[in-house]
Design a protein around this ligand. Structure first.
Ligand code: FAD
Length: 302
């Protein structure tokens, strides 16, 4: 029986692994290998890296650090977490594992524009022509021509957030006409944000700009932000009985405890700011609470 099984090897899971290993606990880290951090061409807002750091390099360094304390990421997809008394059974395709506690750090998946093929998507992302996180990289589009693919309240909020970086923001409806009520329209008008109806059909890169076909013809941008929402990977915890917020993210207390005793969560899967720094901070809190809980049950002694 392990002291803790961490599910997810992104910034949250890897931070927790480093903390828990340094508390002299026996842990395992299961990861299916698609951290959002691996998609970051270069982050410039993560403190401690003047000049920025590439997402995959940050993950590599964190993994190396975890390894130095004896934890290695295991490439496994967890299919179920089942409470078993005060412990848990963690199920994967080929094997079941027992653990005293579980930390869920499974993150979210951004929804992509429907007709954008993967190769073009990845190329545009690498070149900064496609972006997903105004909090992360709005600074990089200062005074640039920006498109936001989205509508309704969510699309409006993203467009307004970006308006603080550039006056040239166009909100493009993904599917057909915009779905914006009078209050949304008034806010967009006040900010001078142009609206264009969809559907967004074809995408291409032309002279270092991202071109989007819309109902009114092609539009080209320095960067385009899809604001189409995300899938929150909280289903394992929900099936184990954990409570969620309205959007499906996990509800936790200030110690990162879910509503299921012994089941913790950290990072994007939890309601809050989807950022590396937040994921790391939450993981540190979760790991320390896990340590204290286990120490109460059986004092950790060398
Ligand atoms: C393009 C882009 C740019 C970004 N730029 C920045 C930036 O500049 N600064 C910043 O702070 N943030 C940035 N972010 C956000 C940042 O990547 C996330 O906030 C961060 O990765 C969250 O960490 P996490 O550990 O919670 O989740 P993730 O990094 O997404 O990791 C979750 C892990 O869980 C694993 N997993 C999921 N389900 C299972 C399962 N059932 N079994 C096993 N493993 C599972 C996945 O494979 C994945 O590896 C950016 C995001 C994107 C997409």
């Amino acid at each position: 029986m392990d002291d803790c099984i961490i599910i997810g090897g992104g910034p949250a899971g890897l931070t927790a692994a480093i903390y828990l290993a340094r508390y002299h606990l026996s842990i395992r880290l299961f990861d299916s290998g698609d951290s959002r951090a691996a998609m970051i061409p270069r982050t410039h807002n993560h403190a401690g890296y003047p000049g920025g750091v590439e997402g995959p390099e940050l993950l590599r360094l964190m993994h190396e650090q975890a390894k130095s304390f004896g934890v290695s990421r295991e490439n496994r997809v967890v299919t179920a977490i089942e409470p078993d008394g005060e412990n848990f059974v963690v199920r994967t395709a080929n094997h079941d594992f027992a653990a005293r506690t579980v930390l869920l750090a499974t993150g979210v998946i951004n929804l992509r524009p429907k007709t954008l093929d993967d190769a073009l998507h990845d190329d545009a992302l690498l070149r900064g022509l496609l972006r997903y996180c105004p909090v992360c990289d709005g600074y990089e589009v200062t005074d640039k021509r920006v498109g936001v693919i989205g509508t309704s309240d969510h699309g409006m909020k993203e467009a307004l957030f970006l308006r603080a970086y550039t006056a040239d923001v166009t909100l493009i409806a993904p599917d057909s006409e915009h779905d914006l009520d009078a209050a949304c329209l008034a806010k967009l008008d006040d900010a001078g944000i142009v609206r264009v109806d969809g559907p967004c059909g074809e995408y291409r890169i032309e002279e270092e700009r991202f071109v989007v076909e819309t109902a009114t013809g092609p539009l080209s941008f320095d960067s385009v932000y899809p604001a189409l929402g995300s899938t929150i990977r909280s289903d394992l915890a929900i099936a184990a009985g954990a409570e969620t917020a309205e959007d499906g993210s996990l509800k936790v207390d200030s110690h990162m405890r879910t509503s299921v005793p012994g089941l913790f969560a950290a990072g994007d899967v939890v309601l809050g700011l989807d950022q590396i720094s937040n994921a790391m901070g939450q993981a540190g809190v979760a790991a320390t609470t896990i340590r204290n809980l286990l120490n109460e049950r059986t004092p950790i002694r060398r």
